[in-house]
Design a binder for this molecule. Structure first.
Ligand code: PLP
Length: 470
């Protein structure tokens, strides 16, 4: 990084080196590896347009991860920026507690109710995905208790799931690598059943299961788990339609419909965590119904709701749940909520985002270009270390292996995902490393030439990493 000063919006002239140092010395980043961070600090991103981000030294990258699975409409969308500015000028904030509201929150709630499947007509707003999942559990508990089923407290989630980073949602998360022995987790009333990862299932492999048999096994396992805990004790089941941060895991066909069926049978609420999959990433506003054919009891979303222009999460739930929880409560009340629930500026951003997604038919674009991205990424299977390309439309990943036939892992020391991401970064593409995987979740506006550019650089990044390992 040079010592020359650069122009940063609203800050005037800044020295990139000085910014880099201030960040390293004072900004404690989420999910960082302190050892390398203390040494290397951060890549300082400074501006963005369309599908590209530019760092503070002026180097431009194709953003293959859409910020963090969230900048769905792409960068530099004037309509969203103007809506944010107009609302901030008119009224930046007023509290949503008890019985005050604001125009964008009311409008957005009605809009979300019209987009969400079935009778999911009620919306509770939060500051992001973690707090929305946290809220979903509180709603589930309150709902059951108000129906006289106070013991229904236990939560079932899945290995490899990611549901957030609050104390509660960190515990519902099931990614094995997240369980630091130095942090506490809420165990005892949170349970994890198997990951729906057919490619990596030891059991499926040992028992030579077909994918359909694997699905039978998973459905049975969920039902057995409910019976083991006792259906009278189980509040809800969490599932991402396609697991994201756990490794872009697409469940076997029929999995969601059949697990929902099990939940219904045992009066267990089915919570679909669509923090990543909603708002066009899979070609529809919500994937639960339009991709997987289910109407869950609650949908949790965030990220693409505002395309990342403002922090906002939402728990969208059924009239049936609302009716039970809103009946007069002689013993107390639903004590859940945030200062910034239904924040007017964030809701205005979401409304503008949805309006432009509808106007430009971004979901239609994803349905058209998604298969092309899948096809181009699948061409990488000719490389000796690419074991599997998986995902759907604009939610994809490449899994790197030592041996394609046996699916043997590369040694940890190869640090393959990070190694590939570093090469891609050097070549002008951001892809996210997740262990041995590289995740691709670009803005949904990507054109055919941009997809070719993305896959072309990724191929070079993988080849460079293979060269390193020789
Ligand atoms: N749920 C899923 C499926 C996610 O992918 C994430 C974040 O990546 C979250 C919840 C947490 O959202 P947030 O980081 O906005 O709290």
């Amino acid at each position: 990084m040079t010592g020359a000063k650069v122009w940063a919006a609203d800050l005037g002239q800044v020295d990139p080196q000085d910014i880099w140092r201030k960040d390293r010395d004072h900004f404690v980043h989420p999910w960082t590896h302190f050892d390398s961070f203390k040494q290397d600090g951060s890549l300082v991103m400074d501006r963005a347009e369309g599908a590209y981000v530019t760092d503070i030294s002026g180097k431009r990258y194709l953003d293959g991860i859409g910020g963090l699975w969230c900048v769905n409409a792409g960068y530099g969308r004037k309509e969203i920026v103007e809506a944010i500015a107009a609302q901030a000028m008119r009224m930046p904030f007023y509290n949503p507690f008890v019985d005050t509201t604001n125009v964008p929150a009311a409008e957005l709630s009605a809009k979300l109710a019209s987009l969400a499947p079935g009778d999911l007509n009620k919306v509770f707003y939060t500051c992001g995905g973690s707090t929305a999942n946290d809220t979903a559990v509180r709603i589930a508990h309150y709902y059951h208790a108000r129906r006289g089923k106070k013991s229904k407290m236990h939560v079932i989630s899945r290995i490899d799931a990611y549901h957030g980073s609050t104390y509660l949602t960190g515990s519902i998360t099931g990614r094995p690598g997240d369980r630091s022995p130095y942090l506490n987790f809420l165990d005892g009333w949170i349970h994890h059943v198997s990951s729906p990862n057919f490619y990596r299932s030891e059991k499926a492999r040992q028992e030579d299961m077909s994918e359909a048999e694997f699905c039978d096994h998973l459905v049975q396992e969920l039902e057995d788990k409910i019976l083991e805990i006792g259906a009278d004790n189980v509040a809800c089941f969490f599932a991402e339609p396609i697991m994201g941060a756990g490794g872009v895991i697409v469940p076997p066909p029929g999995y969601h419909a059949r697990t929902l069926e099990v939940c219904k049978r045992h009066d267990v609420l089915y919570i679909s965590d669509e923090v990543v999959t909603a708002f066009g990433r899979l070609g529809h506003f919500f994937a639960s119904k339009d991709v997987f054919g289910i109407e869950p009891d609650m949908i949790v979303t965030a990220k693409g709701l505002t395309s990342g222009y403002q922090p906002l999460g939402a728990c969208i739930f059924s009239d049936r749940i609302y009716d039970a929880m809103s009946a007069p409560d002689p013993d107390g009340w639903f004590t859940n909520g945030y200062t910034y629930s239904g924040h007017p500026v964030a809701c205005a951003a979401a409304l503008a985002n949805i309006a432009l997604m509808e106007r430009d038919d971004i979901c239609g674009h994803v349905r058209k270009m998604g298969p092309y991205l899948e096809k181009k990424l699948n061409e990488l299977l000719d490389l000796p270390i690419v074991g599997q390309v998986r995902g759907k439309h604009f939610m994809m990943c490449v899994e790197n292996v030592a041996d394609k036939a046996t699916r043997e892992h590369l040694p940890d020391a190869a640090n393959i995902g990070k190694r590939i991401s570093d090469h891609c970064e050097r070549l002008g593409l951001i892809v996210r490393p997740l262990g041995a995987l590289n995740v691709i979740s670009p803005p949904l506006t990507l054109t055919e030439p941009q997809i070719d550019e993305l896959v072309g650089i990724l191929r070079k990044g993988i080849e460079a990493a293979m060269q390193d390992l020789r």
